[in-house]
Design a protein around this ligand. Structure first.
Ligand code: DP6
Length: 402
């Protein structure tokens, strides 16, 4: 019996990013395995501005599996969370069957405690499930010493989560196999590839409860002929084109295709029966504003994209940020006295030429945009090796309440 002694407590903390799709995922061909009807492509956002942090701990002293979301205890029995846990443990078992262990193995039957929090308000409606599941899977994999292909596991938590397992520009290949082994995320280009690319998240006020992505895309698959056409005929071509625009850092091509694909996603929502509306009056005002801005400049300077909620995400280049932020501030003046209207990466002040104001800024709608978050492409999940950053204490309970 040369087996190393089992560790009594192990704890790992990871962070993971949000991603925003420029070729949208909408529709599954397998609901349990989360296999999509079309490939998709996204930009991973920088974790300095948007990230999830997750601590996973396993101990022989834990009586049951437990989960805390932003300091509040939550249901650990969620089927998708359980699927991720099961898959990581399966990979750990497989790995142990193979090579000799360099570290004492962590007993796979120990109960686990998981604490997770976002550095952005959940109420802001920013897609948190992608970062959340990417972070959970990263932390669990580290805890159990599993390496290699993990996007397949994150996909089981939320489809879009598989793309948050990598930084920069990421493709999720739909795959062909019924078991999903080839439905994986792949990096198209690293976050350093396009240094001038910037992202402005326009966090809007007063959003109500939306139709969730999971339920919404199921109804679309069941009822929308446009979605079927999109998946079969439109996306394959667009994906190839988008990869070329990214490789060539062609903002004109990238921006136009990003807007068109967002618009087609929302068209499939309208084509769903009963129809789903994620765009509202404000979204349409932002879309019109972006087109007026581009028309004024005679080229694509900003590109919008919208997911299953009312926040707008704007792609632009660094040299356009100050001017466009000022255009947004003039169009949607902050309701409060304006501090913290712009968050994240610094934004220079800009004064707008009179012709631009006249051509682009129409009747202001005060308070419609709560704030603007300025960020850029960033890396994939990170391991935090400073133990003071663990969200759980040595007793396995949350350290601080939020
Ligand atoms: C509109 O990944 O949230 O954001 O796989 O059911 O968890 P599930 O759905 P989810 O869907 C994301 C849809 C989208 C487009 C995208 O991110 O590609």
């Amino acid at each position: 019996g040369a087996m190393a002694e089992e560790r009594a407590l192990a704890m790992v903390t990871c962070t993971a990013p949000v991603n925003i799709a420029v070729i949208k995922y909408w529709g599954k061909r397998d609901n349990d395995l989360i296999l999509p009807i079309n490939s998709s492509l996204s930009v991973t956002l920088h974790q300095d501005q948007l990230k999830t942090t997750t601590t996973a701990a396993a101990s022989r002293d834990f009586a049951e599996d437990r989960l805390w979301l932003n300091g509040e205890e939550a249901d650990v029995g969620h089927p998708r969370l359980q699927a991720c846990l099961r898959e990581v443990r399966r990979l750990a078992r497989k790995r142990r069957g193979g090579s000799a262990e360099d570290v004492a193995p962590l007993n796979l039957s120990y109960k686990i405690h998981i604490a997770t929090e976002n550095n952005f308000p959940t109420a802001a409606g920013l897609a948190s499930s992608a970062a959340g599941y990417a972070c959970l899977v990263s932390a669990l994999a580290r805890l159990y010493g599993v390496e290699g292909e993990l996007s397949e596991v994150a996909r089981r938590g939320s489809g879009s989560a598989c793309r948050s397992m990598l930084g920069g520009f990421v493709q999720w290949q739909r795959g062909e196999r019924p078991d999903g082994r080839d439905s994986l995320a792949q990096q198209v280009a690293p976050e350093t590839h396009w240094p001038e690319l910037r992202v402005l998240v326009l966090v809007v006020s007063g959003e109500k409860k939306q139709v969730g992505s999971t339920a919404g895309m199921q109804t679309s698959v069941d009822t929308s002929p446009l979605l079927k056409h999109r998946a079969e005929a439109v996306v394959p071509e667009r994906l190839a084109l988008m990869m070329r625009h990214i490789h060539e850092r062609d903002f004109e091509g990238f921006g136009q295709l990003t807007m068109k694909d967002s618009n087609q996603f929302h068209a499939t929502c309208l084509d769903t029966f009963p129809p789903i509306f994620y765009l509202n009056d404000l979204s349409r005002q932002i879309i019109a504003l972006a087109h007026r801005f581009n028309a004024h400049h005679g080229r694509t300077k900003v590109a919008y994209t919208f997911d299953a909620g009312p926040n707008a995400v704007i792609f632009t280049l660094a040299d356009t940020v100050a001017e466009f932020v000022e255009v947004v501030r003039r169009s949607f003046p902050p309701a409060t006295n304006g501090d913290q209207f712009v968050r994240g990466l610094p934004v220079d002040s800009a004064s707008l030429p009179e012709e631009l104001l006249t051509a682009v800024v129409t009747e202001p709608v005060p308070g419609a945009v709560r704030y603007i978050l300025h960020t850029k492409p960033g890396p994939g999940p990170q391991l935090l090796d400073d133990p003071s950053q663990h969200l759980l204490g040595a007793d396995g309970l949350p350290r601080r309440c939020t």
